[in-house]
Write a protein that binds this ligand. Structure first.
Ligand code: CMC
Length: 426
């Protein structure tokens, strides 16, 4: 195939270079288009636009493939740990020798929050959504680590990345504890990342807390499954915020705000609430009819990129069974979810639109069984995705061609007109 595309406008032809990735679709490079033609490209939801070069995550939506630095998500979920995946995303290679142990030690040493930070939580109403608390609290980290403002210093960028990965569980657990009126539990350095998080969420001073290893492994897997997902809405938000040189805590807070939306990370809460609303298997046909009548969407279904299956959903479903079995939970919503999946996957409405369960379809049932209330689901997503966001942010800074992001528009408003004083407006 030629290494250029030709665009014809009127009687003029313009050559546009075609750039090749290591795998996946090639891209038509339109960077010089405006300079040469005075025309923009139009792609409102970026369905055909590659916004950056990246070496972190690759998705083949038709084949249901998700690779981090080349490694399939199924292998990482089965054989790796969340902190190893964080290392991989940040550094590009799996750790060798003592590198993982050193990384774990570094993360462990950054898990505490400044004592004054705890007072920050008290400013929120007890019934605040924990995602509101997360957005505010993570942004507030910038006020505690002024050095992070030196974004052009690679050492500061690295320290900020470590601080974020280390402190997210502590902040998330505090947001949870605050909402239920329990005292904060401090991090413990002898526990793994996921064990420590479960303890900070569920331990109380009145009794000892023993971490269930099956649940800790499930938590770790859930974090791995959510760690990164290429240039989705929240990651693009982090990159765009960071393109101006904003500090990483502010950028991740922007990502958290974007993730909160029901079309993105908020879908896990909405998916469980939907299953609760359906309530039992006999109500499924009427609910599915409502989806077809476009009264509402089937939450936990569909994806902008996956049009065959979401590989994360398969691992998530297996994890869901493991957790329910370990806890001896017989959740009737699992029955509803399985039947709903069966009905939807055999219905032409969903088949024609290539709608399959996404990661959020089974994560809610799993997290509920583990003891998390629905409003914490998106918080857990944000905790895990912080590793991807900060890796993408770091990659952007390491790109010598970095420029501030500045999309343009197709203007459809009024053309220039003169101001009319209020008493003369008809
Ligand atoms: N239920 C019913 N119909 C749907 C759904 C759904 N969940 N998702 C898409 N459709 C229909 C949509 O109405 C449209 O139909 P038509 O062509 O007749 O107008 C068609 O499928 C194509 O939809 P689209 O809106 O062009 O698809 P999109 O790629 O813009 O949207 C999505 C992707 C994830 C926003 C959407 O599928 C959705 O809202 N799903 C429910 C929310 C959800 O589960 N989100 C979590 C995504 S995975 C976690 C994450 O990455 O954050």
């Amino acid at each position: 195939m030629s290494d250029k595309a030709v665009l014809t406008i009127g009687d003029k032809a313009y050559d546009l270079p075609i750039l090749k990735g290591t795998t996946g679709p090639d891209v038509v490079d339109v960077r010089k288009l405006y300079g040469e033609t005075e025309m923009f490209t139009y792609d409102p939801a970026f369905t055909s636009t590659a916004s950056c070069e990246s070496k972190i995550t690759y998705i083949d939506g038709d084949a249901g493939v998700l690779l981090h630095r080349g490694y399939p998500i199924e292998q990482l979920a089965d054989q790796s740990s969340f902190l190893e995946v964080c290392y991989l995303l940040l550094n590009g290679e799996l750790p060798k020798g003592d590198a993982l142990a050193d990384f774990q030690t570094t993360i462990t040493r950054h898990t505490m929050l400044h004592a004054q930070f705890d007072r920050f939580f008290e400013g929120f109403r007890r019934d605040a959504h924990p995602m509101a608390v997360m957005t505010g609290a993570v942004g507030a980290l910038s006020a505690f680590y002024a050095d992070a403002i030196q974004v052009d210093d690679p050492v500061q960028r690295k320290i900020s990345a470590h601080r974020l990965i280390a402190k997210m569980p502590t902040i998330a657990a505090r947001a949870f504890k605050y909402s239920i009126g329990q005292p904060f539990v401090s991090p413990r350095n002898n526990l793994s990342y996921s064990e420590n998080f479960l303890r900070m969420c569920f331990a109380v001073p009145a009794e000892d807390y023993v971490v269930n290893p099956v649940l800790a492994r499930a938590m770790d897997k859930i974090f791995i499954l959510h760690a990164d997902h290429e240039q989705n809405a929240s990651t693009s938000t982090v990159r765009l915020a960071g393109s101006s040189g904003a500090n990483p805590f502010a950028c991740i807070a922007a990502g958290i705000a974007c993730l909160w939306g029901p079309s993105h990370g908020g879908a896990n809460q909405e998916a469980l609430e939907m299953l609760e609303e359906i309530g039992s298997v006999e109500n499924i046909p009427a609910y599915v009819q409502g989806v077809k009548d476009r009264k509402y969407k089937l939450m936990g279904f569909g994806h902008r990129v996956y049009k065959n299956f979401d590989p994360r959903a398969k691992v998530m479903q297996k994890t869901c069974y493991e957790v329910l079995e370990q806890l001896g939970v017989k959740d009737p919503l699992l029955q509803v979810a399985m039947e709903l999946e069966k009905v939807a996957l055999s219905d032409p409405y969903f088949i024609d639109r290539k709608l399959y369960p996404n990661i959020d379809f089974y994560s809610g049932i799993t997290l509920r069984a583990m003891g998390f209330p629905t409003n914490m689901f998106t918080v857990l997503f944000a905790l895990a995705r912080t590793s991807g966001w900060i890796s993408q942010w770091k990659e952007m800074f390491e790109d010598p061609t970095r420029k501030i992001g500045r999309p343009r528009q197709l203007y459809l408003g009024a053309t220039q007109r003169d101001y009319i004083p209020v008493d003369k407006r008809g």
